[in-house]
Structures are given as structure tokens and as C-alpha cells.
Design a protein around this ligand. Structure first.
Ligand SMILES: Cc1cc2nc3c(=O)[nH]c(=O)nc-3n(C[C@H](O)[C@H](O)[C@H](O)COP(=O)(O)OP(=O)(O)OC[C@H]3O[C@@H](n4cnc5c(N)ncnc54)[C@H](O)[C@@H]3O)c2cc1C
Length: 381
């Protein structure tokens, strides 16, 4: 990882080094094995992750957490992503799921959710449905008011940590005809009767992350589990994504940094035509382009995180950061395979996995086409 050209404090550098050391020690070999075998999220590593306090870093101190800044959390997540982005993506869904509650919930809701985190449990953010991905206003999961309760019916798909979480933040509509104006946000504990989890998705990459369908059949929850007002859910989801999609691109940066590191090492050893391949200008230029992409990605990510820490959740900056970092990660990892030639294409070497893992970052939290619509729409105003 690049030293301190990003104006980080000593504490931040130490925190990142601690996370990197933990991930190398506890996760590295397991991640390789799980990816090869299409295995499951390593709960044993997650337990140690919680014991080390990584899961509660984002949680405000008044709720029992450590109250670290967005940039601090980003630095830790980036360090984990250089080892395995799938693990850290699933391990941090407690934060992703809690964001609507932190921004819009009551004190009682905040403490309810915080207690799950403090007990080492996961949450999940549940917006996407089979017919409502990019177009979240097409949400068909229905919430029907019944006295002091709501009854939830419907299903969600592609939910990160869907099979691991104990609490779900679910977006459902109180009236489908209202489209986005009917969408409402709810907290649903997993142990509520009528909640069931589908089988894990068999994905091309990010294998350590758990991704499942969730089904809600006549799930009765008290009205006090509604976050914000009826019809406020679409705005809640969009505001949360405006904040998270930029800083959550730590995964794309971690993947790209790792690909660059692997290539620099490989190119210094592999010889063709009597010299190491890093002496061939064509290879040097690929490495240089990777470095340009990584440095630019890091600059943008930290800038975005610092903005969030000032309370500025600029949707355009979030969209720019998410789109740039994920496109860069796909290009860097694709070139990493090229630099390593046939060995880059082999599963014996790490870069083909990085290429597969990178691809997801162009898709989730709003595809890059949707992000370009956000950026282009703002320019057209
Ligand atoms: C591994 C994984 C984990 C995920 N985790 C979560 C999660 O935790 N929680 C959650 O709620 N969701 C999650 N998602 C869902 C993800 O956010 C959606 O897949 C994504 O928003 C795209 O929706 P879609 O798959 O339905 O694609 P569609 O919306 O069907 O899009 C298909 C294609 O059409 C393009 N497109 C659509 N509309 C337009 C338009 N108006 N203009 C131009 N192009 C357009 C898209 O860019 C895309 O290329 C996850 C997805 C994956 C794959």
C-alpha cells in the first residue's frame, strides 16, 4: 500500500496496518480456498473480526460503538479488500443495513439495531426485487397496515448477507399505485414468523460474500418498526445510497491495489528475451496505467469519505466515485491478467479472481449506467 501521500494521521496509518495484518493472517489462505471450492462466508473469521472490534467501528459511541469516522472505516475496509473484497462486503452489511436507521430512525430503533451489531450479528439492506433493480420505484413487496402492526408480503433478491443476517432493513410499498411515493422502510428481525431465506446465489466472483433471496409471507411486525413516515422509504433508500455508494467503493480500490502489487512483483521476476518483463516498455506502460488508476481512485475515495465526514452526501460525487473506481478496478484487473500472460489466466495465480471480483462493483449499489444518468442529469440541469 502507498505510504502517506494522502495526509492520513498516525492513528489512521496504524489502524490500516492493523486491519491489513489481521486480514493477511486470518483471511488470506481461507479466501483462496473458499473461492476455489465455491464455499461459504467464513463465520469463524467474522467472529474474530467482531472480537477485534472491526464490526462496531462505524457505530456511534452513544450507541455503544467506537464512533470512528467514515474515512477511518474506509481505510480498514480497503485494507481487507486487498485480501478479499467478498469477505469485507458481507462483513460490513450491518453498517449498510443500519444506515437508514442511523439517518432516519428513532432512538429506540437505533438501539435495537445497535444491539444486534454489538452481539456480533449482521444486518442486511433489502431493496432489490426480481422486477425492481435499477427501477426501485417498481417495488412490489407490500406492507398492509393492520391496527398497531404491518403485515409484509413479497420477496427480495440479490441481498448481500441475506443468509447470514439476523435483522433486515426492508423497503416495501403501502400502495403500489403510488410508485416511489408508496415505498416505506421497515426493520424486520429474521426470527419473525413468515421470514425465509432462499439458497445462496452461485456467483462468478465475490464468492466469500453471501447473496440470497428473502421471502416474506404474512410477516407481522409492530408499527414501531417502521423507519420514517409512510411513503418516505424511496427518499431514505436514495439518500443512504448517495452516501454509501461512493465510500463503499473501497472494495474496487482494494482489488485494484492488490492486482497492481501482484503484477509489480511478477513483472520483476518473469524473464522474456533475456530480461525481466518490467524492462519491456509495453509492460511498463500497463503497470504505469494501473498506478495512475489506483492513485486517482484512492484520491477520489478519500475525498469522498472526507466529504461524508463533513455531512456532505453529494449524490454526484458519490456517483463519480463509484463509477470511476469500479471501471478502474475492472480495467486494472483485466490488464493484470494480461501482464501475467497465461499464468494470469490460471486459477493458480490470484489475478483472475481479482478480475471476477472487480466486475460486481460496476453492478451493485446502482449500475454504472444509472450513475452516469445521475451525473448527466445533474449536468443537464
Ligand atoms: C452480488 C450482488 C449483491 C447485491 N447486494 C444487494 C443488496 O445487499 N441489497 C440490495 O437491495 N440489492 C443488492 N444487489 C442488487 C443490485 O443493486 C442490482 O442488481 C442492481 O441495482 C441492478 O439491478 P438489476 O440486476 O435488476 O438490473 P436491471 O435494473 O434489470 O438492469 C439491467 C441492465 O439495464 C441497464 N439499465 C436499466 N435501466 C436503465 C436506464 N434507465 N438507462 C440505461 N440503462 C439502464 C442497467 O444498467 C443494466 O446494465 C446486489 C446484486 C448483486 C449481483
Amino acid at each position: 500500500m502507498i505510504a502517506n501521500e494522502f495526509d492520513l494521521t498516525e492513528e489512521q496509518l496504524d489502524l490500516q496496518a492493523f486491519a491489513k495484518d489481521f486480514a493477511e493472517r486470518e483471511l488470506k489462505q481461507k479466501a483462496i480456498d473458499i473461492d476455489h471450492d465455491h464455499g461459504a462466508f467464513p463465520m469463524d473469521v467474522f467472529k474474530k473480526f467482531c472480537d477485534a472490534g472491526f464490526n462496531s467501528m462505524f457505530l456511534p459511541e452513544e450507541l455503544g460503538g467506537q464512533g470512528l469516522s467514515t474515512l477511518d472505516v474506509c481505510l480498514v475496509n480497503e485494507a481487507f479488500a486487498t485480501v478479499d473484497a467478498g469477505f469485507i462486503c458481507s462483513a460490513t452489511t450491518g453498517e449498510f443495513g443500519m444506515e437508514p436507521i442511523l439517518l432516519y430512525g428513532t432512538d429506540e430503533q437505533k438501539q435495537l439495531y445497535a444491539d444486534y451489531i454489538l452481539q456480533g450479528k449482521l444486518g442486511a439492506f433489502c431493496l432489490t426485487e426480481a422486477n425492481a433493480g435499477s427501477d426501485a420505484s417498481a417495488t412490489a413487496t407490500v406492507a398492509t397496515r393492520d391496527g398497531d402492526d404491518y403485515i409484509i408480503n413479497g420477496s427480495k433478491c440479490f441481498i448481500t448477507s441475506g443468509g447470514l443476517a439476523d435483522v433486515f432493513t426492508v423497503f416495501a410499498t403501502v400502495d403500489k399505485s403510488l410508485r416511489h411515493k408508496g415505498i416505506t422502510c421497515f426493520i424486520i428481525p429474521k426470527d419473525t414468523p413468515g421470514v425465509s431465506v432462499g439458497k445462496p446465489e452461485d456467483k462468478m466472483g465475490m464468492v466469500l460474500s453471501n447473496t440470497t433471496e428473502l421471502v416474506f409471507e404474512d410477516v407481522r411486525i409492530p408499527a414501531k418498526y417502521r423507519v420514517g413516515a409512510e411513503g418516505q422509504g424511496f427518499g431514505i433508500a436514495m439518500n443512504c445510497l448517495n452516501r454509501s455508494r461512493g465510500v463503499n467503493s473501497y472494495g474496487a480500490l482494494g482489488i485494484a491495489q492488490r492486482a497492481l502489487d501482484e503484477c509489480v512483483e511478477y513483472a520483476a521476476q518473469r524473464k522474456t528475451f533475456g530480461k525481466t518483463i518490467n524492462k519491456h516498455q509495453a509492460v511498463q506502460f500497463m503497470l504505469a496505467d494501473m498506478q495512475i488508476a489506483v492513485t486517482t481512485s484512492r484520491t477520489l475515495l478519500y475525498h469522498c469519505a472526507r466529504n461524508c465526514d463533513k455531512g456532505n452526501f453529494d449524490p454526484v460525487l458519490g456517483a463519480v466515485t463509484k463509477t470511476y473506481l469500479s471501471d478502474a478496478a475492472v480495467k486494472v484487473t483485466q490488464d493484470a491478467v494480461q501482464v501475467m500472460g497465461g499464468y494470469g489466466y490460471s486459477r493458480e495465480y490470484p489475478v483472475e479472481k481479482l478480475y471476477r471480483d472487480a466486475k460486481l462493483w460496476q453492478i451493485f449499489e446502482g449500475t454504472n449506467q444509472i450513475q452516469r444518468m445521475v451525473i448527466g442529469g445533474a449536468l443537464a440541469k
